[in-house]
Design a protein around this ligand. Sequence first.
Ligand code: SAM
Length: 261
Amino acid sequence: MADPGKTANFGYRKVPFAERQARVNEVFDSVARRYDLMNDLISLGSHRLVKRFTLQLSGLRPGHAVLDLAGGTGDMAMRLAPLTGPDGKVVLADINADMLRIARDRIIDRGLASSIDIVQLNGEQLPFAENSFDCVCIAYGLRNITDQPEALAAMNRVLKPGGRVLVLEFSRVNHPVLRGAYDAWSALWPAVGKLVTGDSSSYRYLVESIRVHPDQETLLAMLGEAGFEQCRYHNVIDGVCAIHVGYKPATTSLTRSPFRS
Ligand code: SAM
C-alpha cells in the first residue's frame, strides 16, 4: 500500500500522492472543450512547430507502431498516423475521458479512425505486452503524471528493443532576458484562461506545474534511471520546451566482432 504520508507537487502545493491524479483530472475535465484553442493562444501557435520537430526526431517509418501517451485531444496522434501509414498503428492513450471524447470526434472527422486506436489508461501502468512499440511519444504529458519514474519505466517496458522514447515538455529557459519575458507572458495565462474558458485556476496549475517540473538535466538523468540509453535532449526556443530522446537497449549485442577469428 502507498505510504499515506507521501506527497506530490500539484503546482506549488503539496497534496497527498494518492489524491494528485484526481486533481489533475479535474483540470483536464474543465479545459477539454477549449483545450486546442487555448494551446494555440498561449503558445502563440508555436506548439505546432515544436510538435513538427518532435516528429522529425521520431524515426518512424511505414508499418511502425507508436504509442502517443497522455495524447489528450489527439493532436500528436493525428500527426503520427501519416508516418506509420496504413500498415502501421498509432495508439492514443490518456487517462481523461473528456479529452479522449474530443480526440475521437476529431479523428473520425479526419478519416483516421482505422489508423488510430484510442485507449483510456493511467500512464503509470501500461496494459500492453512488453516490446510492443517502435516509439513511445509523450507530449506535454509527463508533467501531469504523478509517479513519473514509474511511467518512464512502463514506457521502457512496452518499447521494442532499440525502440525510442520522445518526451516533449516545457523546460528551463536558458537566457535570463528570454526567461523574464516568458515568465511575464506565462503569468498572464490564468487571465487568458478565465476569458476564454471561464476557468483561471486550471491555467494557474499549468504555469505552476511548468515551474516545478524537472529541468533538462534532471529529466535526462530520470530517463537513464528508467533504463533508457543514448539519452539526449534538444532545447526548443532556448529551453521553453525540451525534447528528450532515449532508446531501450537492444537485447542482442555483439560482444565479439564476427570478423575476428
Ligand atoms: N499530448 C497532448 C498534446 O500535446 O496536446 C495533450 C497534453 S495535455 C497538456 C496532458 C494530458 O495528460 C491530458 O490529456 C491528461 O488527461 C493526460 N494525463 C494526465 N495524467 C495522466 C496519466 N496518469 N496517464 C495518462 N494520461 C494522463
